[in-house]
Design a protein around this ligand. Structure first.
Ligand code: SF4
Length: 474
């Protein structure tokens, strides 16, 4: 999963890009990059966190009226700098591009492109998208040619991709794949008569800089904003929206609004759905405790619905990264140990209703249950807002191997025993759809039904690549 942002204006956009990228940091922590166009294309990308890696001098060199930024967590490709985004091409003219998603026919496209010339130099899937885009452009710039090239990308490139691109001297382009798997929002603001138009993975990164939401890009839509801030948009292919449910459940910031639904509201609804099922069990608990941070919202609603106190029995060390997006198991396990500190007075002698957003590998859940019991919890009843995850994601979330997913290997009761809980309950798929107030969802990791077909070869290659990368990182 990654975060992207692009802004164009008649004045410098760099500070808005930088602030917007800070707001997207939760989507990727391995590397970040900014590409801008002033008199020339400027590109700086580095490993590390957005707030740490750019010097004042570099930021001042990047100042421009159009720029894109990217915060990266690798799925295809490693977290080494060669794979960091944005990427650039110089033919037929200079273009800088960044994306959020995962290309499912990446290996075929890479092979095809390398059979003509050895042009694919990285392991980052954006590179093959950019090549398809560039090779379908006319020598001479026109919006028509730009949209033709995007249409070719839609035809040829499979998987999930939300994209922003700077077209040198011409403007800013954004487009969203025909399944609209990853979010992409458009917003604008006018300050002292000067307008700016932005695109980003999440609304919070644009609203935090004063932009007002205009719309979510539709499935298969492209939008081009020229240097005079004229906007042209077109749905280029018939889309079939299947938005990633995990954006609302786990990934996106609670204050973001994605495809018309506030993430916070979705999580409140998920808590309400948990409460309905908990009431049916006849079990009694003393307190509701969330696993911080994502599940707080659902846990607070659950507590309200069942008239139990809501307490922060686990305090998160805010300087440790999100466990799930740490790239290797070793880093993940360390992360769990370092990340959460128990508040003994809220735990000791109590029957605890513990709420988490999901159980992916089970590693974290097991350690948290142990942590609570080691600190005197009598019983731990574990509720997950997300239904059991049984299949890998090929669209950008790092859970590539079926073997790593505990719910694909064990029954609910076996998982309960494995993690040491006294009771385990997941929201159902119907409850999830109700909470997200929609049917147009990707739920492939819950059902095994992939909205964009996954070739067997891709499945094997993904698994192999991820294993190699995890080995490198140990
Ligand atoms: S498979 Fe799961 S995590 Fe991946 S895009 Fe679909 S819903 Fe999201």
């Amino acid at each position: 999963m990654c975060g992207i942002i692009g802004i164009i204006s008649k004045k410098d956009v760099l500070s808005d890009i930088f602030v917007g990228m800070l707001s997207l940091q939760h989507r990727g922590q391995d590397s970040a990059g900014i590409l801008s166009f002033n008199e020339k294309m400027n590109l700086i990308k580095k490993e590390g966190l957005v707030g740490n890696i750019f010097s004042e001098k570099e930021l001042s060199e990047l100042k421009a009226n159009v720029a894109i930024g990217h915060a990266r967590y690798p799925t295809i490709g490693s977290d080494f700098l060669v794979d960091a985004q944005p990427f650039m091409v110089s033919k037929p003219y200079e273009i800088g591009m960044a994306h959020n998603g995962n290309i499912t026919n990446y290996f075929d496209l890479k092979k095809e492109q390398n059979s003509e010339t050895d042009c694919v130099v990285s392991s980052c899937d954006l590179e093959v998208v950019l090549n398809v885009f560039a090779e379908n452009l006319d020598e001479n710039f026109s919006v028509k040619s730009l949209f033709f090239a995007v249409k070719k990308v839609f035809e040829k490139v499979k998987g999930s991709y939300s994209i922003v691109a700077v077209i040198k001297g011409k403007g800013l382009l954004a487009f969203r794949d025909p399944n609209a798997l990853r979010p992409l929002i458009m917003a604008e603001k006018t300050v002292n008569g000067i307008k700016s138009v932005g695109f980003a993975s999440e609304s919070l990164s644009l609203t935090s800089t004063g932009h007002k939401i205009i719309k979510d890009l539709n499935a298969g839509e492209a939008v081009f904003v020229d240097s005079d801030l004229n906007v042209v948009s077109e749905v280029l292919v018939k889309g079939n929206p299947t938005h990633c449910m995990f954006e609302w459940v786990y990934f996106s910031g609670a204050e973001s609004i994605l495809d018309g639904l506030e993430v916070y509201t979705a999580r409140i609804n998920l808590g309400k759905e948990l409460a309905k099922e908990w009431k049916k069990t006849g079990l009694k608990a003393d307190v509701v405790i969330p696993v911080p941070d994502t599940s707080r919202t659902a846990a607070s609603k659950l507590a309200e619905e069942i008239n139990l106190p809501y307490r922060e029995g686990l305090i998160k060390n805010r300087y440790i990264g999100r466990t799930f997006i740490m790239a290797s198991q070793a880093r993940r396990e360390n992360g769990v140990r370092l990340k959460l500190n128990p508040v003994e007075s809220e735990i000791k002698g109590k029957d605890i209703l513990l709420v988490d957003d999901s159980i992916v590998r089970g590693t974290t859940s097991k350690k948290i249950v142990k942590l609570l019991k080691d600190n005197g919890a009598k019983k731990v009843f574990f509720l997950s807002t997300c239904p059991p995850i049984i299949s890998p994601c090929f669209y950008g979330v790092d859970m590539p191997s079926k073997k790593e997913l505990i719910a694909s290997q064990m029954s609910v009761d076996e998982i309960r025993k494995h993690i040491g809980a006294d009771f385990l309950f997941y929201n159902s798929i119907d409850a999830l759809k109700k909470a997200l107030e929609r049917e147009d969802l990707c739920m492939a990791c819950l059902t095994g039904n992939y909205p964009v077909a996954i070739p067997k070869k891709t499945e094997t290659e993904f698994e192999k690549t991820r294993k190699e990368e995890q080995e490198k990182q140990r």
